[in-house]
Design a protein around this ligand. Structure first.
Ligand code: ADP
Ligand code: ZN
Length: 725
């Protein structure tokens, strides 16, 4: 083996591009693709950039804009997005401005002046304005006096009728190429299909563009599907309460949005509704409150999300089934744009499926119906699938993914497979014996020996398969039927009635030439969140820094993420820089922000470090499992409920709680037993001593459980004062 292999690689000097990245944006390294794109842009190439949401597209034109002489003009369709980006740039100390209808004429004049003085590096405009007769002369003047170094066309799929958001005014952008033949064009989009890509290149007349298509994999997103049932609401509450940040909950209808938002508010969650039935003002108020972290949860129809730039969304829940996988990808993709871990949960029920099928049946055009049905089928494949969720999603975009992502429920908690060949044989022969003329429900009724009218009418109680499936529940049989359909071991007609038909493979199953495996649902999807696995200390400091950030953001009327992103706060909480110099070295911190905010954050960190030095020694910190019990306790769950939720024995939970109490964790004893009972146990302890439990138990005349005694004894040992003692 070569000697040199034993030496650690020498720390590399940052390249000039990396230095610029740090200087202007505070980041240490490029995201995948960014460096190459920026180099191409610096060589004045035309570019087509396809990157998923959160991939970091903006930086691809922002950094070149700063490095080239002259002005970059950014075309953006949405006023809110424009303002947002300009604010973020200014907040990093970069000269940027926008021109749109919201500006007064004085403000517009000032902006134009700043541009002509060369104080602006990035100008954001809407397409219709850019190409208006009034604006063209100004643009000419800029070109001759300052120079235009590039046009960046954001949301470029808007030029394509095949995209999901066609805007005719985008078609006019073609003129740019004619009027400014020397200025390079960069088109950016998050829409993945090849059709849209070709369209963009043609419509904008891009010149031999370098095309960058990034992977649509979003590794920081955790994907999971949960069955929707009566307890789903408590699961939702738990997702919200353990998320450590804001989130979106999507519902199918306006009515459901209103109901769920109200219900969450009653559970003490700051949730707001958003749907197309509300007026513009209500919607924009709610949106601002969500972006500024004044409300934690947005309950919304799919009307919410397009063009909303909130990078720190920590979870997206689909409380109802989305119509297709592409929408699901885009909607859930609004989580974690900042690259930090985020969770995407889909609650799936067959009831929802029925609703969507009903809606599809209402469509007048049979062709449209067919497409919608196909898309729905892919959606169900995703929801029911046992493969890696990423593999299923990415294959939808034509991307190969090897699976084993370890960041989806299928990979983390593979479902146990059971051999149900015998059941499958029963089911299929029942289909055969009843003449392949019936649907799933009827077949199950026959198997389970029901006595309904339809069975009488067809004399199906006389079939040899009648009642041979009583040992399984209706749900089990439904699961089996779906599995058979999925695995292609059975067919179903789709024209009007859904009749089951046998195929070649069905017969192979019946002839014992094939085995059938069914995935069983995992009852305890580990609800543990990333959060509970992280150390409590980092978490506590993170929460304090979040509060400080919110305070500063409110003072300046900006959304909190503009002050610092979650990832930067997390680094602060982990590395705890206690000097301004160390603070400035954190990834995501530019000099400008050190000057503006450094002192307050460093002071908070110093205060925290002093507090923990004088506090509990580390070995007294709760273990992960105790921490989880503590969190549930703090959410108001009783020990029995915690035990049930965690599938642990009640005595284990009591054990956790006593240890938590003894290590001075914030357990509320009054929540566990009423004051009168506490005081009677205390009296007993004072009389017979606390060394062993039995004497206390006996003294109390067996009216108190050992658990109660343990809790109170722990309380006493921890040196806590119980009221009056
Ligand atoms: P997109 O427009 O592709 O959805 P953005 O340009 O809004 O994505 O970037 C998403 C997030 O990633 C932003 O919060 C941005 O500040 C951050 N980001 C971009 N590039 C980097 C980088 N090199 N390092 C760290 N964060 C980055
Ligand atoms: Zn996976």
């Amino acid at each position: 083996m070569a000697m040199s292999a034993n030496f650690p690689p020498a720390a590399r000097e940052p390249s000039p591009l990396e230095q610029a990245l740090k200087q202007f944006f505070g980041y240490d390294s490029f995201r995948p693709g960014q460096r190459q794109i920026i180099e191409d842009a610096l060589h004045n190439r035309d570019l087509l950039i396809v990157m998923p949401t959160g991939g970091g597209k903006s930086l691809c034109f922002q950094l070149p804009a700063l490095l080239k002489p002259g002005l970059t003009v950014v075309v953006s369709p949405l006023i809110a997005l424009m303002q947002d980006q300009v604010e973020a740039l200014r907040n990093n100390g970069i000269g940027a401005t926008f021109l749109n209808s919201t500006l007064s004429w004085q403000a517009e004049l000032r902006a134009k002046e700043a541009i002509l003085n060369g104080r602006v590096k990035l100008l954001y405009v809407a397409p219709e304005r850019l190409l208006s007769e009034k604006f063209m002369p100004f643009l000419e003047q800029v070109e001759s006096e300052i120079g235009i170094n590039g046009f960046a066309i954001d949301e470029a799929h808007c030029v394509s009728e095949w995209g999901h958001d066609f805007r005719p005014e985008y078609r006019q952008l073609r003129q740019l190429r004619r009027r400014y033949p020397k200025v390079p064009l960069m088109a950016l989009t998050a829409t993945a299909t090849a059709r849209v890509r070709t369209d963009i290149t043609q419509q904008l007349a891009l010149r031999q563009p370098v095309t960058h298509v990034a992977s649509f994999n979003r590794p920081n997103l955790y994907y999971e599907v949960r069955p929707k049932h009566r307890q789903s609401y408590s699961e939702l509450l738990q997702i919200i309460r353990t998320a450590g940040g804001s989130g979106i909950v999507y519902c199918l209808s306006r009515k459901k949005v209103d109901e769920l938002a109200l219900r969450l508010q009653k559970s003490n969650i700051s949730a707001l509704p958003y749907h197309a039935g509300m007026n513009d003002e209500e919607r924009s108020v709610n949106q601002t409150r969500f972006i500024r972290d004044d409300a934690q949860v947005m309950v919304a129809t799919i009307a919410f999300g397009m063009g909303i730039n909130k990078p720190d969304v920590r979870f997206v829940v689909h409380y109802d089934l989305p119509r297709n996988l592409e929408s699901y990808y885009q909607e859930s993709g609004r989580a974690g744009r900042d690259g930090e871990p985020a969770k995407c949960t889909l609650f799936f029920s067959y009831g929802d499926l029925k609703t969507i099928e009903y809606l599809i049946d209402q469509k007048p055009d049979p062709q449209e119906q067919r497409i919608a049905r196909q898309q729905l089928r892919r959606m169900i494949d995703y929801a029911e699938g046992t493969d890696c969720r990423r593999t299923i999603q990415l294959s939808y975009f034509g991307e190969q993914f090897t699976g084993n992502c370890s960041n989806c429920d299928s990979c983390r908690y593979p479902k146990p497979m059971e051999d149900w060949t015998v059941e499958a044989q029963k089911f299929l022969s029942c289909v055969a014996r009843s003449g392949e003329r019936f649907g799933v429900t009827h077949i199950i009724d026959v198997l389970r020996g029901c006595k309904n009218q339809k069975i009488q009418q067809y004399e199906h109680h006389k079939l040899s398969t009648y009642g041979i499936g009583k040992n399984r529940s209706e749900d089990d049989w439904k699961t089996l039927a779906r599995t058979l359909l999925h695995q292609g071991l059975l067919d179903e007609t789709s024209d009007g009635y859904r009749v089951l038909k046998l195929n070649e493979r069905s017969w192979e199953v019946m002839r014992k030439q094939r085995t059938v495996f069914v995935a069983r649902p995992v009852t305890e999807i580990a609800n543990r969140t990333e959060r509970s696995l992280r150390s409590a200390e980092v978490e506590m400091l993170f929460d304090r820094l979040r509060e400080l950030r919110k305070e500063i953001a409110d003072e300046q009327s900006v959304p909190p993420y503009m002050v610092f992103q979650d990832s930067t706060l997390r680094l602060m909480a982990q590395q705890r820089p206690q000097t301004l110099e160390k603070f400035g070295q954190l990834n995501g911190v530019v000099n400008y922000k050190v000057t503006r905010y450094g002192e307050r954050f460093v002071a908070e960190i110093q205060a925290y470090c002093q507090e923990i030095e004088s506090a509990v020694p580390a070995e007294n910190l709760p273990s992960d499992t105790q921490q989880l019990t503590l969190e549930l306790h703090q959410q108001g769950l009783s020990p029995a409920e915690i035990a049930q939720k965690r599938q642990l024995s009640p005595s284990t939970i009591i054990e956790h709680l006593t240890q938590l109490i003894e290590s001075k964790q914030p357990v509320d004893i009054n929540q566990l037993l009423p004051f009168e009972r506490q005081s009677e146990i205390l009296q007993a302890i004072e009389t017979v001593g606390a060394d062993s439990l039995k004497p206390i138990f006996d003294y109390l005349g067996e009216r108190y459980s050992y658990d109660e005694i343990k809790l109170v004894r722990a309380w006493l040992r921890s040196g806590n004062d119980i009221l009056g003692f």
